[in-house]
Design a protein around this ligand. Structure first.
Ligand SMILES: CC(C)(COP(=O)(O)OP(=O)(O)OC[C@H]1O[C@@H](n2cnc3c(N)ncnc32)[C@H](O)[C@@H]1OP(=O)(O)O)[C@@H](O)C(=O)NCCC(=O)NCCS
Length: 161
């Protein structure tokens, strides 16, 4: 079965509140990572139609600060589905009062594995890139996946995580 990337693409919006920030009023990285993880989990579950677990997060970039009162927009989209795993590209933008101009602040690649009720990995549908941007992300996903698996095998061999 082959599905469209657009069918599982997810967009969520948050308002940054004081509880999400450090003492200087800037959004904490861990809070943003949780929001990105939730958005990508929704994408994974829309695609796989089952529970999906995060197995890897890579190349997280924090380009600019986000402050209390800002609005945060998160978009998560599949780049490629493999056998039981799928890579999801998460992008984050923010806007501040009073201009509300939107600036890109973060991006990352998350890998999820679809699992059955007994916790074992489950086969998922493939995806079909619909345009040049989706095709570029799809093509590059294979190299990223190979690197992640290579790195994970080294760290688990030595018991480092
Ligand atoms: C998800 C989990 C059940 C997979 O079990 P597993 O024994 O690693 O299964 P496999 O080795 O068959 O790997 C499953 C898939 O994940 C991929 N994978 C595993 N580790 C990966 C990594 N670090 N990066 C990218 N892909 C990875 C494998 O390549 C495989 O992909 P494929 O089926 O598409 O070819 C297991 O790793 C797990 O429970 N991890 C903890 C997940 C979790 O708790 N997440 C929350 C974060 S705290």
């Amino acid at each position: 079965m082959i599905k469209k990337i657009a069918d599982s693409t997810t967009e969520v919006t948050y308002l940054v509140l004081p509880n999400d920030t450090n003492p200087l009023g800037f959004l904490r990285g861990g809070v943003l990572m949780e929001w990105m993880d939730i958005a990508s989990e929704i994408t994974a579950q829309k695609h796989a139609h089952c529970v999906a677990l995060t197995v890897a997060i890579d190349t997280v970039k924090f380009k600019s600060t986000v402050k209390s009162g800002d609005t945060v927009y998160i978009k998560s989209q599949l780049t490629r589905a493999f056998n039981t795993s799928m890579e999801i590209y998460v992008q984050v933008w923010a806007s501040s009062l009073p201009q509300m101009e939107i600036r890109k602040t973060n991006e990352a690649f998350f890998t999820f594995v679809a699992i059955r009720d007994d916790g074992t990995p489950m086969k998922i549908p493939s995806v079909d890139p619909a345009n040049e941007e989706e095709q570029l992300l799809y093509d590059a996903a294979l190299e990223r996946r190979n690197k992640k698996i290579e790195q994970a095998s080294h760290s688990y061999e030595t018991n480092d995580v």
